[in-house]
Write a protein that binds this ligand. Sequence first.
Ligand code: PLP
Ligand code: SF4
Length: 441
Amino acid sequence: MDGQIFDKNSITQTTYKALGIHHLSHIAEIGHLSKEQIHNIRIVGQVFPFRTNRYVLTELINWNKIPNDPIYRLVFPQRAMLEDTEFTRMADLIKLDAPRSEIDDLCREIQCKLNPHPAGQRELNIPTEESGSIDGLQHKYRETALFFPSRGQTCHAYCTFCFRWAQFTGNTDLKISSKDSNAMQTYLAKNKQLTDLLITGGDPMVMKTRVLERYLTPMLHNASLEHIVNIRIGTKALSFWPHRFTDDTDADDLMRLFEKVVQTGRHLAIMAHFNHPRELETDSVRHAIQRIRNTGAVIRTQSPLLNHINNNENIWADLWKQQVKLGLIPYYMFVERDTGARHYFEVPLAKCLEIYQKAIRQVSGLARTVRGPSMSATPGKVEISGIETIGNERVFVLRFLQGRDPSWVGRPFFAKYNPQATWLDHLEPAFKQSSFFFEER
Ligand SMILES: *Cc1c(COP(=O)(O)O)cnc(C)c1O
Ligand code: SF4
């Protein structure tokens, strides 16, 4: 793949080589990683997927600022992502040069403890037809189906906090994806309540244009799919590999494909993932944004709020201001999900709200399209709307932005204030209620 340097499967053989050197022109900076840092990356990189590329290394990471550099932390496995005991166990195996199968067993054991499929992704959201479950499709909210094309289930680089990390660890029975799109189209055709198809991954933008075209083109002129009026593509390629939209060999074809979608009268939304303003600052990303916007596609943005990366209101205000200036529409601020190395990245809900409110107060109305902080939890997307004292009780004010049951959407509800809580399942109903309304039968 273009620009890709290494991934988890090759890390044991090639980490030193890749970090050290061969492909890179900026050996000197990379050399600033200490032996200990490389060792830590190697150990933690067994459990969490690790991949980076030339653009991330040379244009995004500021090597003078590591290890605190936000993009370094976004891409390079960090020591503290593993608990001490697990780190030590893995380090011992590596030191002893243990057989691959033993290392894999330990990886598997650790991964299984890290809630690899949060929010019922696997059990609850995969639609079933008479023939069994439909591979690569999730349908949770009435209007929108998610499609996971099998060729789009990797990314140009991997985020250390990724909530879909289980897909990248070579652990096949943890994966969800689909090879052919026929079953998907049949399902979409039957479900007229759908308006949106969200193509996601991984990152669908790792696919060649002709592969993406194979999925999309048949849909565009299929009369039974006229109700699918919005097509979204979830991607971090603008951040990790903007060349995908500018000078990759099939970048021009991709722009033509986007134009074709728009010409059918549909809304094409690029759901772009940006965690830090740095990702918006290079000439390459600005050029890519311009080209996408010229096709008539709209770029909306989303990101989780992450400890060690963007847990500061000024970073968010800057992120949204830059996005609006560049013509992007801020869409979601997420709470870091309850999976993977959450103990490293999570931020208490109360703090998330504080950051959101302080950031939103600094920007004009054009950036206040962003909603959140929001938890993508099993019952739905739950926004923390406020912290108030009602009667004598301090409470979180919450509401559903999306609900497994559409009638829940927009309905406020209340939880006891808990300054440590980092996820919905840490919250208890306020006002002496025994359950939240959505837990009642
Ligand atoms: C977020 C999400 C969607 C899209 O929700 P919107 O509010 O329309 O952006 C669809 N399906 C799942 C499973 C989601 O998590
Ligand atoms: S780009 Fe998205 S799917 Fe890929 S590693 Fe990052 S968070 Fe995960």
